[in-house]
Design a protein around this ligand. Structure first.
Ligand SMILES: C[S@@+](CC[C@H](N)C(=O)[O-])C[C@H]1O[C@@H](n2cnc3c(N)ncnc32)[C@H](O)[C@@H]1O
Length: 569
């Protein structure tokens, strides 16, 4: 591997995208930092924020007192020895004397504020026994998508992974924010450059919910720009307010909490004109959405269909392999096997037990197989085609998938589950996981599901017309605006995002019937070979059926003096 690649991978693991000095300076300038403040930079890298904080106090603290001031007021961590080394050099080159002990080379997740009792046995006990509300200001740019020390991951999850009854995603920036808010005094501020995924993605719902019940929140643009990362970043300013009233302002617009709470993901991108669609009824009441499976080795089991046939390069069979503790550890999560399982495997190894594994031999010449064939099923991979797509892939599915299941079960821990298994073979709809909008299409019965193309299926007892009504809805511009602006503005469209879509209760019975007929007709035409795109006039025409019926709902809203919750028809 090249040196540049190694360094890039290491940087990515550390979530290391350093803030340009000009950006850190612009942020620090606006903060009106006072000499009395106690300040934390939890992952200071090469120190851009640290130096800007010091510079911003030049007028208030005589140069000779800076060192003493830092010792009492400025705290920080940096896990990377190289970045910390560069920081030390810059510190010394600025003639600031020795680097204060408070600016440590350490893991912030193991760091505790001064005065904590370090005698407690576990990280968790030490954490909750430490003086948490300690800082007036936390400033920085925490790692995004960084890795967390596997030895303490589970323990950290027990400290930060759950707040106010909701899950906090085990992501470096989320855990950094939670810990830093814990460390803030009441009235203290946290100012972080942060990934913009904090605004909408469903996995951060718990974080948003917890923050908005503890802080006033301001989201703004980051001054200047980064050359180092493609990730869209924003500036999060949190002011800790355990008591109401609190404000949530996103890019200059104050968002009413009631509108945020009406969205299933506690979206910080809900805007006045889209808020009304969150009536409480969701697509998830009619359909259950699911991801598909990750095979772990597509080349082994998937074949592209070429003119109604495939070419099979392997002969598959089963063999017996000795069970060993070593193998169990290699494939376990974080290399940790639960104690009970370890005892069982040890015992199996001792009596020379075996497990059944798949073997495959490459054929000299790939074997042509005409489809359909009992050993193969259609496989639903992502495509940008809408309405309907002819099957393009099959999966080797002999014995009702037992080769694939066995391969997964005997592989690494993350392959053991089979996503969407109970929906395999069912009629539904599907879309591409990574896409700028829903490329929704009808999914006929009989498919095995891939994780790159989530699917949705009618709940029990829901009439089949709903499948076509919801497929039409998923193709409208309005639905996609709601999805991409309010529910999840990133490129991923997860199954849960689909379930969270508002169900268009505002469409009257007549328009609904027309929409169903129109979508059924589009699917029939597509199955007969017609190709549609988002620009096709018939697809565009769907927008009309699902448009908001403004005046009729406004009457209800006025009468009840409350947000609209009920359809009129
Ligand atoms: C996005 S960079 C920002 C660095 C610096 N705050 C700046 O603005 O230039 C994130 C920093 O977090 C550091 N880091 C990652 N995980 C950490 C951890 N667990 N504890 C302390 N620092 C960490 C990385 O090495 C990296 O320097």
């Amino acid at each position: 591997m090249s040196v540049a690649r190694l360094s890039r991978d290491r940087k990515r693991q550390l979530g290391q995208f350093l803030t340009p000095d000009s950006t850190a300076a612009a942020i620090a300038r606006d903060l009106r930092i006072l000499p009395s403040h106690r300040i934390l930079e939890p992952s200071f890298g090469e120190g851009s924020f640290i130096f800007q904080v010091i510079d911003s106090l030049k007028a208030d603290i005589p140069r000779n007192d800076i060192h003493a001031w830092c010792n009492a007021h400025l705290f920080g961590c940096e896990i990377d020895a190289d970045a910390h080394g560069t920081f030390k050099e810059t510190w010394q080159s600025r003639g600031l004397g020795g680097v204060p002990n408070n600016l440590e080379h350490c893991d912030f997740f193991e760091w505790l504020p001064p005065g904590c009792d370090r005698t407690a046995a576990t990280n968790r006990q030490r954490y909750f026994a430490s003086p948490l509300e300690y800082f007036d200001l936390v400033i920085g740019n925490p790692p995004f998508g960084g890795s967390i020390n596997p030895d303490i991951q589970d323990e950290l999850d027990s400290i930060f992974g759950f707040r106010d009854g909701r899950k906090i995603k085990k992501e470096t920036y989320a855990f950094f924010i939670v810990k830093c808010v814990d460390l803030l005094k009441s009235g203290g501020r946290l100012v972080f450059i942060c990934s913009d995924t904090i605004l909408t993605i469903a996995t951060m719902t718990g974080l948003r919910a917890w923050l908005q019940s503890n802080c006033s929140i301001q989201i703004s643009e980051v001054p200047g720009s980064f050359s180092d990362t493609n990730q869209d970043m924003l500036l999060v300013t949190l002011t800790k307010h355990p008591i109401e009233p609190r404000q949530i302002t996103v890019f200059g617009t104050c968002l009413p909490l009631s509108e945020i709470e009406a969205t299933p993901n506690m979206s910080w991108r809900v805007s006045g004109d889209l808020a009304k669609y969150f009536t409480g009824a969701t697509v998830g009441e009619k359909m259950v959405a699911t991801s598909g499976m990750t095979i772990g080795n597509n080349e082994l089991f998937l074949r592209p269909i070429i003119q109604g046939e495939i070419h099979e390069p392997y002969a598959f069979s089963f063999t017996a392999r000795p069970i060993t503790v070593q193998r169990e550890i290699t494939r376990a999560r974080l290399g940790k096997v639960p104690p009970r399982r370890l005892i069982a495997v040890r015992e199996q190894e001792a009596r020379c037990a075996t497990e059944r594994v798949v073997v495959w031999d490459r054929l000299k010449n790939p074997r042509p197989v005409k489809l359909p064939h009992a050993d193969y099923c259609y496989y639903n991979k992502a495509t940008s085609r809408i309405i309907y797509s002819e099957p393009e892939w099959v999966i080797f599915w002999r014995g009702d998938g037992e080769y694939v299941y066995t391969f997964k079960k005997t592989g690494n821990w993350y392959l053991h589950g089979v996503g969407g298994m109970k929906y395999f073979g069912r009629e539904g709809l599907s879309w591409s996981l990574i896409a700028p909008r829903l490329y929704a299409r009808y999914l006929p019965p009989g498919y095995i599901l891939d994780s790159g193309a989530p699917c949705a299926f009618l709940r029990q007892g829901v009439p089949q017309d709903e499948l076509f009504f919801i497929l039409g809805w998923a193709l409208t511009d309005l639905c996609n605006r709601i999805l991409k602006e309010v529910l999840n503005h990133t490129r991923n469209i997860q199954s849960k995002d689909f379930e969270r879509l508002p169900y268009p209760v505002w469409v009257d019975a007549e328009s609904k019937q027309q929409a169903v007929l129109a979508v059924r007709s589009l699917v029939s035409k597509a199955r007969a070979g017609h190709s549609f795109s988002m620009k096709s006039s018939e697809v565009h025409a769907l927008n009309l059926f699902y448009a908001w019926r403004d005046c009729r709902v406004a009457v209800v809203a006025k009468k009840k003096n409350a947000p609209i919750q009920i359809p009129l028809f």
